[in-house]
Design a protein around this ligand. Sequence first.
Ligand code: SF4
Ligand code: SF4
Length: 305
Amino acid sequence: MPATEEPPTAALREAGRLMTICNACRYCEGLCAVFPAMELRREFAAGDLHYLANLCHGCGACYYDCQYAPPHEFAVNVPVALAELRAQTYQRYAWPDALSGLYEKNGGKVALAAIFAVIAFLIGFAVLVDPQVLFAGHAGPGAFYAIMPHNAMVALFGTVFALAIAAMTLSLRAFWRDTGGAGEEAVGSGALWRAMTNAGALRNLDGGGAGCMNADEQPTDNRKLFHHFTFYGFILCLASTSLATLLHYALGWQAPYGWWNPVVVLGTLGGLGLVIGPAGLLTARRRRDPAIAADGQSAMAIAFL
Ligand code: SF4
Ligand code: SF4
């Protein structure tokens, strides 16, 4: 069903109300990608608002700059309105549909499920193979697979990887259709490359240059920095795993590798990024102004980190 035929949610109505005010005001057009994109419309369909909500990084700059922010009667709070709508889009475009309800205020359950899954996973393999492997030292070629046999690792993580790619592809397709994207826009206009470079540099996560706003009204670029640690940490780990797969299958080299091997170097740097980034983001959350945080989303965000 086209998005415009659905009854609008309260979050959709509020985002539409604010974008109409902002479109008349346009004071914030230099702050991020939301405002120039907003200026391309006079009226906002649901797909337009879903798109705008996902352009917002929640830096808070437009809230601090806004002459119509509370206590003004217009009560303009763009970061909160777009964050609430954005949370609904995660659910709306999630695949498979049956699991989309998990996005709804289930942070504690998701965190507990993740913790118990890792514990059950390690203990389960140790019991299957030999409980002693958890307490013994392992060295030499093949030691890497003492707890989890190589083929089991490939089957399990290969399946998870394929499911993740399928989920992201199908979610993107639903988002693309809903927001009225055309095929030639993605491949022919350079838009895809610009989107990738903007995302890779987090170009719009700097509040127009000053940084993200904090409760003490001292903007900092910490969120951008820690997002970079997290994202590039993940990319380095992916590169490490991909290279290890190549060495294993193409050259027959069995893990573990020496500390100097690019697999280990990339994986170590990536692992550090994945520790520093989320830890820094958790710390940065504590400085955020509660006025620009959407209700009920903290637990999910913390669980995700
Ligand atoms: S957030 Fe406020 S100041 Fe900025 S464009 Fe909207 S109404 Fe204008
Ligand atoms: S919170 Fe930041 S990213 Fe979001 S609309 Fe306002 S200025 Fe743009």
